[in-house]
Design a protein around this ligand. Sequence first.
Ligand code: SF4
Length: 410
Amino acid sequence: MPALDKKNGQTPDSPCDLGVYVHVPFCGNACDYCAFYKEQPRREQIDAWLDGIEKELALLPFPRKAATCYIGGGTPGVLTAQDLEKLCRMLQKANGGNAFDEWSVELAPATVKRDKVEVLRSLGVNRLSMGVQSFDEATLKILGRRHSPAQVRRAYDLMRQAGFDNINFDLIFSIPTEAPDRWQNDLREAIALAPEHLSAYCLILEEDAPLLQRLHNKDCLSEKNPDREAALYLETWQTLADADYRQYEVANHARDGKRCRHNLNTWQMHDWLGYGPAAASQCFGKRFCNPSNLKIWLENLSRERLFHIDEETLSREQLFTDALVFGLRLNGGISLAGTAKRFLGTTDIPATLLDFIEDLREESYLDDVVPAGTLALSPRGMLVADAVACELLRRLDACCEKSKSSHNER
Ligand code: SF4
């Protein structure tokens, strides 16, 4: 079985992209559906965070040239043009002066200003992702977003004027209390603007999010139901396909050549390094996470120390299973022999997995269109991709436990 190359952080038989993620933990406003860790954007905190990123980049240098970079949050747009310039220059330096092939920045519509998008473009950022969520005032209000549809259009114009030709919109559907035609109208508005990429997410009501409490109080939760969600998914996929957006993941659709390489790299179990509070990494055969606390993150960096939580060494079986789980969400699916070879060092597919695939076929959850030897879900299977992934994990875990105990008995 090939060993992990600790120096490069990658398996020698599988040269792959290195992705870099930078987490900006500041939000000027807390959206009602969001349970993520965030801090108020105060000047001294932002300065301390920028210094922290510089230290962290020095303490955890990229083991090789990074191909993609994604600055997300939080709300990166709360940074000024000068902050963004400083951050981008640090990242360029950390990449040995090399350009990232794909360099994305998330921007909330209300934070988009001409000077910010111009500085990002001039420094080599080539993809922007905008948290539009909806073009409907009432829906934005339910979600607790503080931007208006007019701000979305203005922000989009500024991005285009600055020269960006790769823009994503994040949109959310299945929101309790929404009008029946709200989602179709949103899709129509988004398509009319013609961004290169559209991410359409079904609203997840997080336990700690204020929206859940509000809906409880108004007794509106019964309006969310799985059949309606399934119908909305199918409607979304069809509408976007008709408008020449090719779906490549359950929630992601792109024009040709505009799929998000950074996210694909992560889903395909390649390597990524995360910087900033709450950022996660997978590299050097390990997975680890920074604390979701600006103060603790900064305290450790001030002592020239990296402090990671939830650190685990990844086994090849674990990587194999995770690659399958993420592969289930991809339209192109995942090559069974290729993945087994890459992680397990053999093209033999575990019998438990072959049995599982047969069960999926019987349920019509498998796509017949993809090449033989590829595990890919049909649209019917995609609708239940998370449940399929849970069942896959359960069966492979049970199989591992069984082989461990028979090994111990020998
Ligand atoms: S959804 Fe995004 S912008 Fe809104 S509070 Fe959460 S992290 Fe901040």
